[in-house]
Design a protein. Structure first.
Length: 451
C-alpha cells in the first residue's frame, strides 16, 4: 500500500507530493523495476518484439505513387497518379456548395453528435438511392431497395461483398480486366473468389466487347459480375448504351448478378443522369442488383468517406430482410458510419438551390478534365508524336489509359519527374494548361526513345 498525502484533499501541493511519492516508490518495487528496464532505450529487450517476424509490406501501387512524388525535390514534378481532382492551379478543390452546406451545419445549434443508426443517416440513404436510380424509379416507389450509408465507395463494396459471401449462393465474382487495383483485395478478403472477364483491348485501346460477351457467357449461372457504372478505372473505356443493353440481356438470361461500382457519377459526362444510365437500365427490367456509390469525386468529399450501398430486390419484404442482415455485417465491422460527410451530402441533395449549384460545379470539373484531354491531344499532334492518340479524347472520366508501357513510365518519372501508375494510367484531373506541354514532351521522348 502506498501512503497517500491529504487523502480526500485536492490541493495542488498534495497532488504533486503524491506524484513524487509514487515516482520514488516505483523504483523500489520488483514489479515496477522490471517495467523500467524494459522501457530503457538502451536495453536489449527492444529487439525482442513479439512482432519482430513482421516483414515490411509493399506500398499500395496507387497511393505509393504519391509517396514517391512527395520525396522528389524537383520543382517540375507532376503527380498524375492519384485520382483526385485538382484545379488549373494544381490545387485540391473544396466545392463552394460543400462550404455552404458545412456552414449551415455549423450554424445549426440544434445539431448533435450522437451515434447514427447502424445503417446511417436515413435521409442521406433515401436521397442517395434517388440520385443513382432516378427520382421516378419504380423500385424506389415499391420499396424494393435497401440503402445503407457506408465508408465511401470502398466501404460500400466491402459491405456488399461481405453480405454476398454470407447470403448468396454463388461466391464467385467476375471483375473486368484490368480494373481498379483494390477490387481483387476487397472481394477476396470478404470471402469471394475473384475471376476476371476480358474488358480492354490494347490493340484498339477500346472495349474488347466480343471477349467480354464470351467470358460472361461462359461464367457459371448466378455468378456475381462487377460492372463500373461509368468512367471505367483505369481505362476510361465505357460500353455504349447499345453494348450495355446487350450485356444486360446476356446477364439476365444467365442469371448473373450485377454489382455496380459507381465512383464517378456526374464526373464522366458532367451529367448525373447520363452517368447512371447503365445502372437504371438494369433496374428497369425488374431484376436484382447491387450498387456501391461514392461521393469522393463528384462532391470532392474524399476524406469524409461518404458512400452508400444499395441492394435492389424483387419485393419490399425481401429488401427489409436483406437490410436486417446488412446491419449484422456492419455492426461488428465499424458499428455505425460517421455523421458529418453524410450530413453535408443530405443538405445538398435535399435543397433545390444547393443541388443546382452542385450540378454546375460538377459539370465545371468534368469540363475541365475534358478540356485537358483536348489540350494533351493537340500538344502531341503539334509535336508529331508517333502513334494514334485519339483514345485520349475518346476515353472518359478521370483517367487516360495512355498505352505507355512500364519502361516508358519509369523513363518519364526518372527524366521528367512525372509520376503515374506503372500501367500507364494518368489522372487527367491532375493536369493543367501549364503542365500539358511538360507531359507532352515527356510522352514524346518516351515513345521515341524507349520501346
Ligand atoms: C472504380 C473505383 N471504385 C471505387 C473507388 C473507391 O473510392 P472511395 O473509397 O474513395 O470512394 C475508386 C476510387 O478511386 C474507384 O476508382
Amino acid at each position: 500500500m502506498r501512503p497517500e498525502f491529504g487523502h480526500g484533499s485536492s490541493s495542488a501541493t498534495d497532488r504533486r507530493l503524491n506524484a513524487l511519492l509514487r515516482h520514488l516508490s516505483s523504483s523500489s518495487s520488483p514489479m515496477d523495476s522490471r517495467d523500467s528496464i524494459s522501457a530503457s532505450p538502451t536495453s536489449g529487450f527492444q529487439n525482442d518484439s513479439v512482432f519482430s517476424h513482421v516483414v515490411r509490406g509493399p506500398e499500395d501501387p496507387i497511393l505509393g505513387v504519391t509517396v514517391a512524388y512527395n520525396k522528389d525535390p524537383s520543382p517540375n514534378k507532376l503527380n498524375l497518379g492519384v485520382g483526385a481532382y485538382r484545379t488549373e492551379e494544381g490545387k485540391p478543390l473544396v466545392l463552394n456548395v460543400v462550404r455552404k452546406a458545412e456552414q449551415q451545419l455549423v450554424n445549426d445549434r440544434s445539431r448533435i453528435k450522437e451515434y447514427l443508426p447502424i445503417v446511417g443517416l436515413a435521409e442521406f440513404n433515401k436521397l442517395s438511392a434517388k440520385l443513382i436510380f432516378g427520382a421516378d424509379s419504380p423500385a424506389i416507389r415499391e420499396n424494393r431497395i435497401t440503402t445503407v450509408q457506408c465508408l465511401s465507395g470502398t466501404g460500400s463494396l466491402r459491405v456488399g461483398a461481405e453480405f454476398l459471401a454470407k447470403h448468396y449462393h454463388q461466391r464467385t465474382i467476375y471483375i473486368p480486366l484490368p480494373t481498379w487495383g483494390n477490387h481483387t483485395k476487397v472481394f477476396n478478403l470478404a470471402g469471394l473468389s475473384v475471376k476476371s472477364y476480358r474488358y480492354y483491348d490494347p490493340a484498339t485501346r477500346g472495349l474488347n466487347f466480343q471477349g467480354l460477351l464470351e467470358d460472361l457467357g461462359s461464367a457459371p449461372s448466378g455468378a456475381i459480375v462487377l460492372l463500373h457504372a461509368c468512367a471505367h478505372n483505369p481505362t476510361g473505356v465505357d460500353p455504349t448504351l447499345d453494348q450495355w443493353e446487350r450485356i444486360r440481356q446476356l446477364m439476365r438470361s444467365k442469371g448473373l448478378l450485377p454489382f455496380f461500382d459507381s465512383a464517378y457519377q456526374g464526373f464522366a459526362s458532367g451529367s448525373l443522369d447520363a452517368d447512371a444510365q447503365s445502372v437504371r437500365m438494369f433496374v428497369a427490367d425488374g431484376g436484382e442488383c447491387l450498387a456501391a456509390q461514392s461521393y469522393a469525386k463528384n462532391m470532392g468529399l474524399y476524406g469524409e468517406r461518404v458512400g452508400a450501398l444499395s441492394i435492389v430486390c424483387k419485393t419490399a419484404d425481401v429488401a427489409s430482410r436483406v437490410e436486417s442482415q446488412l446491419k449484422l455485417v456492419i455492426r461488428p465491422m465499424y458499428s455505425n458510419p460517421p455523421i458529418h460527410g453524410a450530413s453535408i451530402v443530405a443538405a445538398i441533395l435535399r435543397d433545390r438551390n444547393l443541388y443546382n449549384e452542385w450540378t454546375i460545379e460538377l459539370k465545371a470539373m468534368a469540363d475541365r478534365i475534358i478540356s485537358m484531354r483536348h489540350q494533351l491531344s493537340d500538344a502531341l499532334r503539334a509535336r508529331s508524336t508517333p502513334g494514334d492518340w485519339s483514345h485520349i479524347i475518346k476515353q472518359i472520366g478521370m483517367f487516360t489509359f495512355t498505352g505507355l508501357n512500364s519502361k516508358q513510365v519509369a523513363f518519364m518519372t526518372k527524366e521528367y519527374h512525372i509520376y503515374m501508375t506503372s500501367d500507364g494510367r494518368i489522372s487527367m484531373a491532375g493536369l493543367s494548361s501549364k503542365t500539358v506541354p511538360h507531359l507532352a514532351d515527356a510522352i514524346h521522348a518516351a515513345v521515341t526513345r524507349v520501346v
